[in-house]
Ligand binder design. Structure first.
Ligand SMILES: [Mg+2]
Length: 272
């Protein structure tokens, strides 16, 4: 038994990033399903964790099902879930201004929030928070409303802070981290509380669902500054896959170092 195999045998939960780890641009890697089946057969808990808040939980579950992945509701943890927990714990509800797609608005409405329109948000004194999500329907009106509310010191929260979202191997589109940089420039330095990976809210959401200590949780992902940083900082087992954005050259020069590095998740299938 090698070190990776022994470490995996001691883990009670396997948490997988999606983009770049199990699929790319929505297309599953051909080895992913066999790996996921093996996780479930092994008796370990399986979770998917995504920072991408451009889609709702139901859209994710439908897609996971369509591409042939195990897709129970309990398997999915998103940065939206982390954001909702934070807002509720801090009584920042129900009225919010949400910079997000219709899908994200539906998720917040399902959790009992009341996302306001731009004009209602600017004319209301009851806005509890301005929430910045991965809005691929972003308009200048939304940018301006968000900016005005930040200036009024309304609590400012972002679902995650990834700068870029992978589209296919080596190509990306601007993600929430890039939006944060825009508002930071406009407001001369205001930055949000960030919820998703690699932050504390994400670890709390995982620990709550996994019901075991962090050292018994393996987090598998392709991104150094989110997946691997979180595993390292919160003492989970961090497994870097090279099937997504990280190359060996990037790994060598990174401050974020995984517990193990593998080419892709198929290397874990026979070890489980
Ligand atoms: Mg990824």
């Amino acid at each position: 038994m090698n070190t990776l195999e022994r470490t995996l045998s001691e883990c009670k939960a396997i948490v997988c990033d999606l983009d770049g780890t199990l699929y790319m641009d929505g297309k599953p890697f051909d080895y992913s399903r066999a790996f996921l089946d093996k996780v479930l057969q092994s008796g370990k808990k399986l979770f998917y964790f995504t920072n991408n808040s451009s889609k709702s939980r139901s859209t994710y579950l439908k897609r996971l099902h369509e591409i042939g992945f195990p897709a129970k509701d309990e398997y999915l943890i998103t940065s939206t879930d982390c954001t909702v927990s934070y807002l509720l714990n801090h009584q920042l509800n129900p009225d919010i201004y949400l910079v997000g797609n219709q899908d994200l608005i539906h998720d917040f409405q399902n959790y009992g929030f009341n996302p306001l329109s731009s004009s209602d948000a600017l004319n209301s004194s009851k806005v509890k928070a301005v929430v910045l999500g991965f809005d691929t329907e972003l308009t200048y009106e939304k940018i301006d409303t968000c900016y005005q509310l930040i200036l009024r010191d309304v609590p400012y929260v972002a679902t995650h802070a990834d700068f870029l979202c992978p589209v296919s191997k080596g190509t990306f589109k601007p993600d929430v981290g890039s939006f944060i940089a825009m508002f930071e420039t406009a407001t001369q330095g205001r930055v949000p509380q960030v919820m998703g990976k690699p932050h504390k809210q994400a670890v709390q959401a995982i620990a709550e669902k996994a019901q075991c200590p962090p050292h018994q949780i393996a987090f598998i992902g392709d991104r150094l500054y989110t997946d691997i940083r979180m595993a390292e900082q919160f003492e989970m087992v961090g497994i870097l896959v090279l099937s997504g954005e990280t190359t060996r050259t990037m790994l060598i020069s990174s401050q974020d170092q995984p517990t193990f590095t593998i080419e892709n998740v198929s290397h874990l299938t026979e070890l489980l």
